[in-house]
Design a protein around this ligand. Structure first.
Ligand code: 13P
Ligand code: SF4
Length: 363
């Protein structure tokens, strides 16, 4: 992966207002040649410049709706920019404002680890298994899934993708997020013992002999460092503090937290559920803080919205996309220099596209 250059002082020394004005001016100069996509976890000073906002599923679709745009500036993290590159046309260039905006969850499953797991699992139980990867994974893993007949899923379609997968094969290998896999599988009626966890750092994934043949979903030992911080105690505390509060959490939260909550919802699902709730409703939301703060502002004063916890639950890699980096890429593009392009190699693109297209076709 290319490294992020240090930004010049002409950018870093600009004041906050000047930066906002220069971002708007560079965007205007680029006109229809540019589309800016912003994930819901982005900070206010960045997301206000987005032409499309959404969760990773919606943004993957949005990238395909602007074929006339030469540049897709993705205010999100690296795996999202890779997916946009895979799904966009050849003439389009995808730009990530800070190349250090990775994802700790995506880093928890490397392609060779998953290939090694696949080899061991299939030699033990045969080919009656399909791989499903969460969108939050590298392009290399999506390509692996494409090669083996599986599909990508996001938090908003995990159930539909797993239903589809079980129509093909009796078992699924699901990576990298164990919590999304477990929360979704359990709601489909799969008991917890039928969802063992594969630890890539243990021999035979740390599993016992009988675990594999009895498994319906083999979960990967990965998690999101933001959502993993929510605990069942926090649910109890909010219920005690705010009588009548309803708790809604992202499916990347731990099983015990999801079980104690009133609802689970993808990023987009949380926003829709809270916005559609009657006036007077109170919500404690277990997801990234930028989203919760914005939702609280938009819903006030009719509805009360608070974070599930007072912890500073921001995604530190999403937070790397800041006004200086956005300004730097936009001014470079406006002056004819393409910086921070995320380009997936052709073979990986072809194979990963199969897995992404399968996801987009599943209803
Ligand atoms: P979604 O956008 O699919 O809800 O995923 C949440 C997330 O963690 C993004 O990195
Ligand atoms: Fe990765 Fe979690 Fe941040 Fe999403 S919120 S980018 S899964 S670390």
């Amino acid at each position: 992966m290319a490294t992020q250059v240090v930004l010049p002082e002409t950018i870093t020394r600009a004041g906050a207002d000047e930066m906002q004005e220069r971002i708007a001016a560079a965007k205007a100069a680029l006109g229809k040649r540019l589309v800016v996509l912003g994930h819901h976890y982005q900070r206010d000073e960045v997301i206000r410049h987005a032409d499309f906002t959404g969760d990773s599923f919606k943004l993957a679709q949005a990238a395909a709706t602007r074929p006339e745009a030469e540049f897709i500036v993705f205010c999100g993290v690296h795996f999202m920019a890779e997916s946009a590159d895979i799904l966009s046309a050849d003439h389009q260039k995808v730009i990530l404002p800070d190349l250090n905006a990775g994802c700790t969850m995506a880093d928890m499953a490397e392609t060779d680890q998953v290939e090694d797991c696949w080899e061991q699992v299939t030699s033990e139980i045969g080919e009656d298994i399909l791989p499903v990867t969460y969108m939050n994974s590298t392009a290399g893993l999506k390509a692996f899934v494409g090669r083996h007949g599986g599909a990508v899923c996001t938090s908003s379609n995990a159930r539909a993708v797993l239903d589809w997968a079980f129509r093909q094969k009796p078992r699924v290998l699901f990576f990298p997020d164990q919590h999304l896999g477990r929360n979704t599988g359990y709601r489909m009626g799969i008991p917890l013992p039928a969802m063992p966890v594969w630890d890539p750092y243990e021999p035979v994934g740390g599993l016992e002999g009988r675990d594999l043949p009895a498994a319906r979903i083999i979960l990967w030992k990965g998690h999101c460092s933001v959502h993993n911080r929510f605990t069942p105690d926090m649910v109890d505390r909010r219920r005690a503090q705010i009588p009548g509060v309803q708790v809604i959490v992202h499916p990347e939260c731990r099983f015990e937290v999801a079980q104690k909550s009133d609802a689970i919802g993808s990023t987009e699902g949380i926003i829709k559920t809270v916005q559609a709730s009657p006036a007077g409703t109170k919500w404690a939301v277990g997801t990234e803080l930028n989203l919760v703060t914005r939702l609280a502002r938009e819903c006030a004063p009719e509805r009360q919205v608070v974070s599930l916890d007072d912890c500073f639950c921001v995604c530190s890699t999403m937070f790397r996309i800041d006004p200086p980096h956005l300004l730097w890429v936009l001014e470079n593009l406006a002056e004819g220099r393409v910086v921070n392009q995320v380009k997936v190699p052709p073979r990986t693109t072809r194979e990963a596209r199969i897995a992404l297209d399968r996801m987009l076709e599943i209803r």
